[in-house]
Design a protein around this ligand. Sequence first.
Ligand SMILES: NC(=O)c1ccc[n+]([C@@H]2O[C@H](COP(=O)([O-])OP(=O)(O)OC[C@H]3O[C@@H](n4cnc5c(N)ncnc54)[C@H](O)[C@@H]3O)[C@@H](O)[C@H]2O)c1
Length: 349
Amino acid sequence: MKVLVTGGAGFIGSAVVRLAVSRGYEVVNVDALTYAACLDNVASVSDSPLYAFEQVDIRDRAGLDTVFAKHRPDAVMHLAAESHVDRSIDGPGDFIETNITGTFNMLEAARKYWVETGKPESFRFHHISTDEVFGSLPNDPAIKFTEDTPYDPRSPYSASKASSDHLVRAWHETYVLPVVLTNCSNNYGPFHFPEKLIPVIILNALAGKPLPIYGDGSNIRDWLYVEDHADALLLVVEKGEIGRSYNIGGENERTNLELVKTLCAILDQKRPKSSGSYADQITFVTDRPGHDARYAIDPSRIREELGWRPSVTVEEGLAQTVVWYLDNEDWWRALQQRHGVGERLGVKA
Ligand SMILES: NC(=O)c1ccc[n+]([C@@H]2O[C@H](COP(=O)([O-])OP(=O)(O)OC[C@H]3O[C@@H](n4cnc5c(N)ncnc54)[C@H](O)[C@@H]3O)[C@@H](O)[C@H]2O)c1
């Protein structure tokens, strides 16, 4: 099977590319190489005969048509997006153009190719989305996001992703394009860009800097190891039912404060300070505008219909992640030089 993966030089896309190549898929990685991309993320597979790279922007429809005609994929896994909520608050325009118009271009390029190749039944357009489209949950463990939860996005990022989800469903209903969708909770793991919470905490801790916690740290996220997400995505593109969406989550709800304390405890063990704990560096900072209180995924559908299970607990995954950052300083030091990384973003609203 030949899969066209968009955003394959980013955090989750690169995990999909690495896993897919290791399982014998042919992979065409289509990525514009924005500030969030790093081709080192796929260095382990880039010499494989199964791997090809195309530097194309999904806002460039003609460029996408050329890629489809040249590579003739059996399936599309669409991950390319602007993904950082804080950046979406400061500059929503890029999120509208890439996440909405870019997805429209992907759908149209895929539809043209699918029609020209005789509408093969086996073709799939897999759209990768987020649980943030469902909005914010009350702090009640009995209430979780299911596939039927109404959409209620509250940030420019989540609104742009929600729009793209609607487009994908509409292309299925209207043009019968064989689509599948997934909505996943927060990911963490190796190659996570150093502007996101977990790498920021690890790297600030090591640098002796404050560990910034938005608001009072009570916001709850449901954490999933990125390689388990990649595994779920390959399962859905292969076995997911056409037109259906699947929620993916690790059932690992943590407040941000609990998460940061866990990371500090792992660091205290793996790279002890000369005195005290990394937790002494925790600092509460002004909250993000419109900060959603709680996300929690009910993954029953993907578990029961497709048999997916995460392979690691959050404690195992976080420990592996900390060790990865300790062992891969060259990777993150280079990315820390990129525009806006290390600055407090998203407070202008
Ligand atoms: N990170 C998470 O916790 C999470 C959770 C659920 C869903 N998602 C979704 O998964 C996908 C990947 O997220 P991520 O965290 O890996 O993002 P990321 O920011 O790490 O990577 C995004 C990739 O897309 C590429 N890209 C951006 N704009 C592009 C454009 N116009 N044309 C072509 N390529 C472009 C970037 O160069 C980058 O390589 C996104 O669609 C995101 O909404 C992320």
